[in-house]
Design a protein around this ligand. Sequence first.
Ligand code: NAD
Ligand code: MG
Length: 360
Amino acid sequence: MITLNVDLGDRSYPIHIGSGLFADPSLLAPHIRGTQAVIVTNETVGPLYAAQVEAAIGSLGKKVSTVTLPDGESFKHWETLNRIFDALLRQGADRKTTLVALGGGVVGDMTGFAAACYMRGVPFIQIPTTLLSQVDSSVGGKTGINHPLGKNMIGAFHQPQAVIADIDTLKTLPPRELAAGMAEVIKHGAIADADYFAWIEENIGALNACDPELMALAVKRSCEIKANVVAQDEREQGLRATLNFGHTFGHAIEAGMGYGEWLHGEAVGCGMVMAASLSERLGFIDVETRARLAALVRAAQLPVVAPDLGEARYIELMKVDKKAEAGSIKFILLRKLGEAFVTTVPDADLHATLQRAVIH
Ligand code: NAD
Ligand code: MG
């Protein structure tokens, strides 16, 4: 097992990474201080893993129950959140009750937000079971739900007590979801660590096959990179925005195709190729670097050719992105492999990049 520490002063917490961890009572024990814990999961993940987590918490002499939510991003809204509150209130959950998020990013974001709100804040533990949630959503304290008028628009910062990332849970994950998580892994190398990027290139075959040792190393390095950025910029004043590399184009693809058509990671994979292409056009990176990124995205079984939404639609969608301020679109570009920065770009270069992205 590898343990990292996310350094946020009195809100610091450990991330445990390895195999055979998700139902280990000794990892849960220090973080369940009251008499009760409530596991929140969904109808896909619950049947696979909830009984073991319940047994582990029960073995600590704590009262434990499970709330099972419907599966999917389309349920990440107020009504589903209320089901968590209903269960907590019915069971007489008090201020010391610990919530345990058992699932992917949807469950993690909703459980974290429920924990932020219930009785003005109760502790929670993240047990992320998708690659995306292990390397991305479980780290950093952003929690929330969607609103009909915007994704993740209602939320709070609420840091977990601990994250338990068990590589074994990835064995049951559909391959397409694993690939989507790899997009964020590749992103971490591209924006923060060229050596890590080269390591992913060397090992992409084994990572696609979910080799447990290599995957644990990838989750570790990705969590380190994300935790390091978050520690420097918890509330996204500047540096944290570089984690959105590939996401400006990616969100436009997701929204333009209709949410759910392309997985988030697929859109981000393609979006990173577009952002690299823009970085090359503006003279920051060379053609080889752009080609390496595109080759790695492709090797991770992710799309590299953008859907042809039409240039006007791309621009319209990017302007409503949360990161756009006063109508100017912010792009995260690569200054070089392993270093990213935030900027606006001339219209002509954006135009040329969008033209190029849809043809190959
Ligand atoms: P998800 O939670 O929808 O999980 C994907 C699918 O895999 C679901 O059908 C789920 O039930 C299933 N699943 C999960 N674990 C499984 C397992 N071990 N075996 C079999 N099936 C399993 O999607 P996700 O990609 O994990 O997360 C996406 C969400 O994360 C989005 O809502 C996004 O907004 C959010 N997010 C949040 C942050 C943040 O900082 N809070 C960052 C990135 C993404
Ligand atoms: Mg993302």
